[in-house]
Design a protein around this ligand. Structure first.
Ligand code: HEM
Length: 130
């Protein structure tokens, strides 16, 4: 169970359990998408290994760990990078549903879970473009 707190000294990245835990979260998220979310799975390439790596790299910096995505690709410009895809309400809900599943599977609870649920919802809704 992961319900430890975080603050300026202890980032959400650390509270989650660092690199290994974040990788596991992203793998579970995409595995769930493959199993249960065909609407958004179909927007991704058949081989989703790069999608997995990019989400891991992005979340690392976004949660207070190493800024791996920015080092490789520069500013994320997330909304622009999602513009080619029809991100509708269902896509937002599917994405958040896969992430909630992954967070459940990883046992992320308490203050950390509330914080992540809120931030993911904010970004996912910002990505909506139709
Ligand atoms: C709202 C529903 C969302 C949908 C349907 C969606 C879908 C996609 C798709 C189809 C790609 C391209 C994958 C590829 O080229 O391999 C992508 C890339 C990406 N997504 Fe999302 N996404 C959503 C929300 C989010 C959220 C909430 C985040 C971050 C918290 C996020 C982070 C990323 C990142 C970092 C990339 C890689 C961008 C790049 O460099 O090409 N996405 N997404």
């Amino acid at each position: 169970m992961l319900s430890v707190g975080f603050d300026a000294e202890r980032t959400p990245y650390d509270a989650l359990g660092g690199e290994e835990a974040l990788r596991a979260l992203v793998e579970t998220f995409y595995d769930r998408m493959n199993e249960a979310a065909p609407h958004i799975r179909s927007m991704h390439p058949a081989d989703d290994s790069t999608s997995r790596e990019k989400l891991f790299e992005f979340l690392s910096g976004w949660l207070g760990g190493a800024a791996l995505y920015e080092e490789k690709y520069g500013h994320p410009r997330l909304r622009g990078r999602h513009a080619p895809f029809a991100v509708d309400q269902r896509a937002v809900e599917d994405w958040l549903g896969c992430m909630a599943y992954a967070l459940d599977e990883r046992g992320v609870e308490g203050e950390l879970r509330a914080f992540l649920d809120g931030r993911f919802a904010h970004v996912a809704n910002f990505m909506r473009n139709c």
